[in-house]
Design a protein. Structure first.
Length: 317
């Protein structure tokens, strides 16, 4: 999270960040492969299961009665997120759904982010959330600006071209600032897997099932931590949108906020060009650090953690 919020990294005087100018949403689309969700199947099941391009790792386990979907490695507790019978119908439901197909289509069309609204079932609350979200996104699309200095593939061959390798886009997909809203009913059986995944983006989301939740999804299906209930307001939406459209200050996916969703998608249109050299974090000074400097950094780190916790609490207000 420190790398995701540009101002936090500046607190650490011992480290210099080289940022690329490509917006976070586009850098994620072209560079961040989604983490695989772990799927357990019965060891005795004879059928061969095709993953159809989905980000899954399949394991056959003795004692498992059906299909078990578990979080990607390192994302949380070791319990099933969703379960279903070991048949073709549930296998298709695991890998794909109408909302996930639409989500993928919009991301591959170049949208900056798709804002998934997980409805609560309370029509008044859901309507208020939609109104606040749409109004804030319309303002963000008008007021936010994409970083300058991004180089398209066509510009590479132009005379006098300037730009660092990390600032070059990989694909001809137009770079644009565009947001859309995708509503997800709280009781649609076709979207049971997607709802189960979204409720694991943070560990305590099931406690807020009576409130609408908004997840900004970008890149190849990476969902940010949600805005919930009264936290769905213009300031919070603008903050998330600004992060997504700002220059990518940290290229390491795991050090950015969010969690990858399970999508069966073909990312080839944005995955064909050579990758630029990764931006590295280089120490400014000698590796020898005094006790006074270590204490200063520890104090700064504690301040950052408290600030991050405060921001997370404010999202729930």
């Amino acid at each position: 999270m420190l790398c995701a919020v540009g101002g936090f990294a500046a607190l650490f005087g011992g480290v210099a960040l080289q940022a690329c100018q490509v917006p976070v949403f586009r850098y994620a689309l072209e560079n961040w492969s989604p983490a695989p969700w772990r799927v357990r199947l019965p060891a005795t099941e004879p059928a061969v299961r095709e993953a159809a391009g989905a980000n899954v790792e399949i394991e056959r386990v003795t004692g498992v009665a059906g299909i078990e979907l578990r979080l990607p490695e390192g994302e949380g507790e070791e319990v099933p997120v969703w379960t279903g019978a070991a048949d073709s119908s549930h296998w298709r439901q695991l890998l794909d759904s109408p909302a996930r197909r639409e989500l993928t289509r919009r991301l591959l069309a170049g949208e900056s982010a798709v804002w998934l609204l997980l409805e609560s079932g309370d029509t008044t609350k859901d309507a208020a959330a939609v109104a606040a979200l749409e109004q804030a996104l319309q303002a963000a699309q008008t007021e936010l600006k994409l970083p300058e200095g991004v180089v398209t593939p066509a510009q590479l061959n132009e005379p006098g071209h300037k730009g660092a390798p990390a600032d070059v886009l990989h694909s001809d997909l137009p770079l644009r600032l565009a947001f859309s809203v995708l509503r997800l009913a709280h009781d649609d059986p076709a979207e049971a897997v997607l709802r189960a995944m979204l409720l694991k983006v943070e560990p305590d989301l099931a406690e807020h099932a009576g409130e609408p939740m908004v997840f900004a999804v970008f890149g190849r299906g990476r969902a940010l931590e949600p805005l919930i209930g009264r936290g769905i307001h213009a300031d919070n939406i603008r903050e998330a949108a600004s992060y997504l459209c700002g220059a990518c200050s940290c290229e390491i996916k795991e050090q950015n906020p969010g969690m990858d969703l399970l999508l069966a998608a073909d990312w080839a249109p944005v995955d064909q060009a050579p990758k630029p050299e990764p931006v590295r974090m280089e120490p400014k000074v000698s590796q020898k650090i005094t006790a006074q400097e270590r204490a200063r950094r520890a104090a700064l780190l504690a301040a950052v953690v408290l600030l991050a916790a405060g921001l997370a609490w404010m999202r729930r207000k």
